[in-house]
Design a binder for this molecule. Structure first.
Ligand code: PMP
Length: 421
């Protein structure tokens, strides 16, 4: 039972949500997959570093020196969190989307990028702008791996770009197998870890029993219990040092003449302009806190909450939980479902207004994945993390049960935000 207690304190855990029926209740935040509430340690660190706000890499003053060292030390913390190789580059970006766009400018021109149809748009659209190929996933992971293997065997693929955990269903892909498959065909692998990093220990370099052999990893601060505006791309430096600088401007150069430039190598090449020091510092602090969690307790907490939610929802008539694969090795705290006869947007509005529960509805920036699931009009997604309690998922199950029991023939008056018979 202890595993069902929150694993960490998050900011806003005791926020009250107003109900249209009168009064208010503790807000049940079940939208961690969109943006996770900040960890208490992250909020503390923010106030610690804020007084030293000053220019980075550009000032000799005391505060500048502190800011610069906070920023540069954050790279080492992220490297350790990701289990990266000592020579891997750690480039700070705005978010996962930014990281993937950066890498898209660095994959050598003659090579294709290969991706699946289940990806978030951030791991799909940047590749569409350059030579690429896509594969439609099968109903099983095993068959999907075979399809990817067949495509890789045609040759010419430089990078396999896959999600670590689906933002739609939470299903985790077998990354060690995918990495081995890519490498066997001379390709590298990028893992979009926007969803995986906040939920599972990752070991890019490879450690027995961990997710191994990842060449590039991207994730966002705001899904990792840190504020918006920071992200990271970690990975092999050769393509990054030879590729197109992500942004042109100050700090990314070694020498500038009026009509030409010699670009810097290393992370600076892609980080032109004044960097987001607080973003990097808070992302790194979150990585430190998550890195210190017991991985077994971390996964058990999440699996128990997930099981309670999935079992509870599936026991309600007309409620379906959606999965992409019949054989995914595991799943993080993201559960996708729909309620027969109810529009997802209206059901989400009802859960918020009547029960103080925050979920996401829609197509989750993954239109091909939703098409594949047969949900062109979208669905609902409940997601949770280290600050979540059993009580949160039980409230969702009870609220969905009440909605279904109320039966059809009741319309939700969106404008008024209340139920009318
Ligand atoms: N990939 C996945 C799997 C995601 O869930 C998200 C965010 N929903 C992204 C990429 C994009 O992240 P960001 O919006 O922080 O760039």
């Amino acid at each position: 039972p202890d595993a069902l207690e929150p694993l960490a304190a998050v900011v806003g855990a005791d926020l009250a949500a107003p109900l249209v029926t009168g009064g208010s209740v503790r807000y049940a935040n079940l939208d961690y997959a969109a943006s996770a509430p900040a960890l208490a340690e992250v909020a503390d660190h923010l106030t610690e570093v804020l007084p030293f706000y000053a220019s980075v890499h550009r000032g000799a003053g005391y505060a500048s020196q502190i800011s610069t060292s906070v920023y540069e030390n954050a790279r080492g913390t992220v490297r350790a969190f990701a289990g990266a190789r000592p020579d891997d580059a750690v480039v700070f970006t705005r978010n996962t989307t930014d990281s993937l766009n950066l890498l898209a400018g660095c994959v050598p021109p003659g090579l294709d990028v290969l991706y699946l149809d289940i990806e978030h748009h951030a791991n799909l659209l940047p590749w569409q702008g350059r030579p690429h190929r896509s594969v439609v996933a099968a109903d099983t992971v095993a068959e999907t791996l075979e399809r990817l293997g067949a495509e890789l065997a045609h040759g010419g693929v430089g990078l396999l770009a896959v999600t670590g955990a689906s933002n739609v269903t939470g299903e985790v892909l077998p990354l060690a197998e995918l990495a081995a498959l890519a490498h066997a065909h001379g390709a590298r692998i990028l893992v979009d870890a926007a969803q995986l990093a906040p939920h599972r220990r990752i070991d890019m370099a490879g450690d027995p029993g961990a997710v191994t052999g990842i060449d590039y990893l991207a994730f966002s601060g705001h899904k990792l219990y840190a504020p918006f505006g920071s992200g990271v791309l970690v990975g092999r430096p050769d393509w990054l040092d030879a590729g197109r600088p992500h942004l042109a401007g100050g700090g990314a150069v070694s020498e500038v003449r009026l009509e030409s430039v010699a670009w810097a190598t290393g992370p600076a090449r892609h980080e032109a302009g004044s960097p987001n020091v607080l973003g990097a510092a808070t992302l790194a602090r979150a990585a430190e806190v998550l890195g210190a969690l017991d991985p077994v307790a971390w996964t058990r907490h999440e699996e128990q909450l997930r099981a309670a939610l999935v079992d509870g929802l599936e026991a309600i008539d007309g409620v379906g939980v959606h999965r992409l694969f019949a054989d995914a090795p595991s799943a993080i705290g993201v559960v996708n479902f729909s309620i027969a006869g109810y529009d997802a947007g209206l059901a989400a509005a009802y859960l918020s207004a009547e029960h103080g529960i925050g979920v996401r509805d829609g197509r989750f920036c993954a239109h091909p994945a939703l098409t594949r699931l047969g949900l062109p009009a979208g669905s609902l997604r409940a997601s949770f993390g280290v600050g979540s309690r059993l009580e949160d998922v039980e409230r969702l199950v009870a609220a969905v049960g009440q909605l279904v029991e109320a039966g059809l023939g009741i319309d939700y008056a969106v404008d008024a935000g209340r139920w009318v018979p």
